[in-house]
Write a protein that binds this ligand. Sequence first.
Ligand code: ZN
Length: 510
Amino acid sequence: MSPSAEEVRSSSEFAELLEILGTVADLHAASAVLHWDQETQMPPGGATDRALALSTLARLGHETFVQPRVGELLARLEGRTADLPYDSFEASLVRVTRRHYQRAIKIPARLAAELAEAASLATDAWTRAKAANDFGAFAPHLERNVRLVREVADCIGYAQHRYDALLDEYEPGMTLDDIRPLFARLKDRLVPLVRAIARRAEAVDDAVLHQGYDEAGQWRLTVEVLRAIGYDFQRGRQDRSAHPFTTSFGPGDVRVTTRIDPNDFSSALYSSIHEGGHALYEQGIPEALRRTPLFDGASLGIHESQSRLWENVVGRSRAFWRFLLPKAQAIFPEQLGRADAETLYRAVNRSQPSEIRTEADEVTYNLHIFLRLELEDDLLEGRLSVADLPDAWNAKMEAYLGLRPRDDAHGVLQDIHWSHASIGYFPTYTLGNILSVQFYEQACRERPEIPDAIEHGDFAPLLSWLRERIHVHGAKLTPQELVQRVTGGPIRIEPYVAYLERKYGELYGL
Ligand code: ZN
């Protein structure tokens, strides 16, 4: 007879595995604290010592995880957990740890070290190349990153495309053949929508957002909104950083950052809501999963579905502005005293093709992603050389968004990802966009009171649905398994496209 969950959990092998994974998780948490400090507090002089400390922690974490003992423990525990429920703690832990372990041991230590060093140098070179608008200075670093990342993909192995081996790290189980048809159909619907909006560009005015809003007031509003949506300040805090992010040191400490632009009222507000969405996910993962690989989101795409759901589907809705406007007016009576909710709703949904991805609106955003995915695939497969990348970038910008970047700093050099050697990451943003609507509509089908509650500032019905249906699983399920469980089917673009066409059709009178 196969052992029960209790028997597995009380076995010495399971305890030993948990101990090793706990050590790895502690090292990661320590790195995360150092990263957080680097982005929010550290003086410029700290960079060298911080890089050394982070690299030591990363090496210790990697060595602890890839030791052969982990492989032995997994092999023994796999037989014993085979008959346990798929989403039980024991079976999930063994399965997910195995997936991470197989990936980690396939990359030789020599390659991992070379990649880490190359990425660190490339990031430094990228920062300077972007400031100087000098793609040539970054090109040799990018060439090296592409070569190393190709090597990584070949070590890991793949069935169809090199891209699959890289994508799998961010979106377990997803392949290029899953994503390409989804994105192709989405592109067919979005390009005409973007063109139609551009012809009616004057229909939406966002002047109300650009009147000058003092920083202290903006900060108060972001804190009020974070509290309202359910972010727990007893288990987190908000700080300022140049690039907003969320970081988690464990269930009791999930932090967010935001940035404030005195001339753009929407920047801090929507950065905070976006990161708040990521943080609500992390704060909603059960404490019982702490110090294990299960204390995580299902994938980057699922994580992004949570941030985009709160930022866009909720935060850029009419209902939300009916709730928020009185609070914003109390802080900014001069700027907003005479404004109505409809004016704010329209302003925060202004759509316009732009050269910068991170400033793109809901409609144009995904076109920036399609372009990057196509170029990454071409680079990996050797169909495109780094030297030809800027021209290829500009040609696609013209084709999809109808504009050419003014220079490389606002074009091919704008994102940090490739300097980090993160190739295969970009599609997760669009997967998150697609799923944000699919999940929200499912939530409203199961709890029809949600839209009304939002209008009254009550976000609990939505948050509790997300907690019970998505957050509770942590990283136990793959993204496809999770989407199937939550919505009863696979990822689908139709709800998302319908949402965009409905919303922007009405906003722009199309
Ligand atoms: Zn995000």
